[in-house]
Design a protein around this ligand. Structure first.
Ligand code: NI
Length: 231
């Protein structure tokens, strides 16, 4: 009788254990899972630059500025193990205005604008157990930034000359990332994430008979808040 009771209890424990595993597996972050997220992503430059040069000569107390922009951000995590993920950050193109200070005229003027795409790949560490609803993560990786559709502002052309062209070099740099997912259901999560991207570029403004150059540190923080779905 005791044996039968013990057996019944064992079966009960194993069955409820299996049910528990079955339930938690649905919301777990496990090897092979893919989490796709979308939200508003803001690139907020911590910008700095070398002084501007005009035909090779440095301009006193001059520098360039880059403003911020918000676009649709898309991120993806592919879980390599229960605790390590491969993270990708993508977005619709960001557009930034560039200003120049003390370039032939005192004060700030509009110098131009550029679009860029900053595809970013990180290795992410998820410290929590697979079944936790709260999944914070920290990542480190690499960013490639491609600048395109660079334009020279009319205000700068008014100062230096007509028919200006702007070229910004592509940038490779290190990335640090912090983020968190919180499970709303077995599949849907809310997400918040922040990245630091080391983006440095050489900016060259070319005019007939004049060249303006500077090295720009964009080094932005990127913030994103959105929702995600676990496949
Ligand atoms: Ni930098």
């Amino acid at each position: 009788m005791l044996k039968q009771k013990a057996l019944s209890l064992a079966v009960h424990v194993v069955l409820s254990g299996a049910l528990l595993v079955g339930t938690t597996a649905a919301m777990a972050y496990e090897s092979g899972d893919v989490i796709v997220r979308a939200g508003a992503a803001t690139v907020e430059p911590n910008d700095d630059s070398s002084r501007l040069t005009l035909n090779g000569a440095g301009l006193t107390n001059s520098r360039a500025y880059v403003d911020s922009d918000t676009q649709l951000g898309l991120t993806l995590t592919y879980m390599l193990t229960n605790h390590l993920g491969l993270g990708l950050l993508a977005a619709t193109p960001f557009k930034h205005d560039i200003k120049a200070k003390n370039l032939l005229v005192p004060g700030k003027i509009d110098a131009g604008s550029t679009k860029h795409l900053p595809p970013t790949l990180t290795l992410q560490y998820f410290p929590m157990d697979a079944e936790s609803k709260f999944q914070p993560y920290a990542g480190v990786g690499i960013n490639y930034t491609k600048f395109f559709e660079e334009d020279v502002a009319g205000e700068l052309e008014g100062v230096v000359g007509a028919s200006g062209k702007l070229k910004l070099d592509d940038s490779w740099g290190v990335v640090f990332e912090l983020g968190m997912d919180y499970a709303l259901t077995d599949r849907w999560v809310v997400n918040a994430a922040v990245w630091y991207l080391d983006i440095d570029t050489d900016a060259k403004f070319n005019f007939p008979g004049a060249e303006v150059k500077t090295k720009v540190e964009v080094d932005p923080l990127v913030y994103m808040v959105g929702i995600g779905y676990k496949f």
